[in-house]
Ligand binder design. Structure first.
Ligand SMILES: [Zn+2]
Length: 416
């Protein structure tokens, strides 16, 4: 499941994904968080005194975000490795077994305890990266309580999925032997399609309020654009992104009847109609060129290949830690470690495809609107508001950026 954003930001999905995959702050999306400067009272951006977003500040902000994300990933990796290698996970499994004989109960309690330990250990870095830094650079609109609640809600929403997948994994390990990865990957594929279908309607509204874009010149413009692009968009929504952040964004979400384009209220408030039109056209580009489906297919491929590889590595490494069989509950965190390592390879590969999509959607936006200047101005404004690094280190961009850097996008658009 992949959503496309016009700038380097993951927005509403962050909470859902982090809950589902338990990997927020991982190297997967650190540099994609960016941000500031939103007008206090819905004034157009141009009329609002700018916070001092100097070049060094942007660099510093992105650098700190990146470091915090890397440190977070490393910390979790070391923690899990230490727990497995020291035999503590085996001790824990035994202790739980002494209280209950039910296999799945042991599994769930084991996962719960490990989850709580992981949350406690990584809390300081999470707090630093997603609350403290955001406030220090004037990007957040959230109180500490609201931030905490949003995270708790993310965990609660993700819990049923997580429990289901864990039980499924355990069942398949038992029932399918060395071929366990195949049914797990197949079910993950189905879950991702279902999620893409229902998330915009059922999950996102748990975190933000969505309202249809009101009647008016902007709506007329955007609908006219849909017609000229030959796209039937079922929903055109504004969501209260300002509830949490001063950053701005737009996205194309969902498949089938849940297909909708969503615009952050921060975007609607700060951008001219012409600029919004170009951003919207970029999202339409993703739609007409089937980028969502391509990313889902790619995600499916990496899931199958990744799980297959993880299964082999997991089997090979069980003996290193003295585990007798792959169904040993205490050994399962090891599987998580392998999956994490494999994603270090698959994520940059996916990002290559994603950046190519973004370049094409940019070109499409200019072609459709015939308004290069408005698009350039929109890109610049998004970069400022989201404190995006215009020219990150090429290695950082290659590994972590799902969108080309701002400088590259601007150069490419100018050259059109
Ligand atoms: Zn995009």
């Amino acid at each position: 499941m992949q959503y496309c954003y016009v700038n380097q930001t993951t927005v509403q999905l962050t909470y859902v994904q982090q809950a589902l995959m338990q990997r927020d702050g991982s190297v997967l999306r650190i540099t994609n968080q960016s941000a500031p400067e939103a007008p206090p009272d819905q004034l157009p951006l141009q009329q609002v005194p700018r916070p001092n977003t100097r070049h060094q500040d942007v660099k510093r902000y992105q650098q700190l975000k990146l470091r915090a994300g890397l440190a977070q990933s490393l910390l979790v990796f070391v923690l899990i490795f230490a727990l497995v290698a020291s035999g503590l996970t085996s001790t824990l499994e035994e202790a739980i077994r002494n209280r209950t004989g039910q296999e799945y109960a042991v599994l769930l309690i084991f996962a719960l305890i490990l989850g709580v330990v992981e949350s406690i250990v990584s809390f300081p870095l999470r707090y630093y990266s997603s609350f403290l830094l955001e406030h220090r650079y004037g990007l957040s609109n959230q109180t500490f309580g609201a931030w905490l609640w949003q995270r708790a809600k993310g965990s609660l929403v993700g819990a049923p999925f997580f429990i289901f997948l864990l039980a499924l994994l355990y069942y398949c390990l038992d029932a399918f032997g060395p071929a366990w990865w195949l049914p797990v990957a197949a079910v993950l594929f189905i879950v991702s399609v279902v999620l893409a279908r229902v998330a915009p309607v059922l999950i996102f509204p748990l975190f933000y309020t969505f309202r249809p874009l009101e009647e008016g010149p902007l709506r007329d413009r955007l609908l006219a654009l849909c017609t000229s692009a030959g796209v039937a968009v079922r929903g055109l929504f504004v969501f209260n992104m300002s509830k949490t952040t001063k950053k701005a964004n737009a996205a194309f979400t969902g498949i089938g009847r849940a297909k909708r384009i969503i615009l952050g209220d921060t975007l609607v408030a700060n951008f001219t109609d012409e600029e919004i039109e170009t951003i919207f056209a970029h999202e339409l580009g993703h739609q007409t060129m089937n980028h969502l489906w391509t990313m889902m297919a790619l995600g499916t491929l990496t899931t199958f290949v990744g799980l297959f590889l993880a299964a082999q590595l997991y089997d090979a490494s069980l003996a290193w830690f003295g585990f007798g069989s792959r169904q040993t509950i205490a050994a399962l965190p090891l599987l998580g470690l392998w999956l994490g390592l494999i994603s270090l390879v698959t994520t940059p590969l996916t990002n290559i495809v994603s950046r190519a999509h973004e370049r094409r959607a940019d070109a499409y936006a200019v072609r459709l609107t015939q308004n290069k200047n408005a698009f350039l101005s929109a890109l610049n404004k998004l970069g400022r508001m989201n404190m995006a690094d215009h020219a990150p280190h090429p290695a950082v961009e290659f590994l972590f950026y799902s969108h080309p850097s701002l400088d590259k996008r601007i150069q490419a658009v100018e050259a059109l």
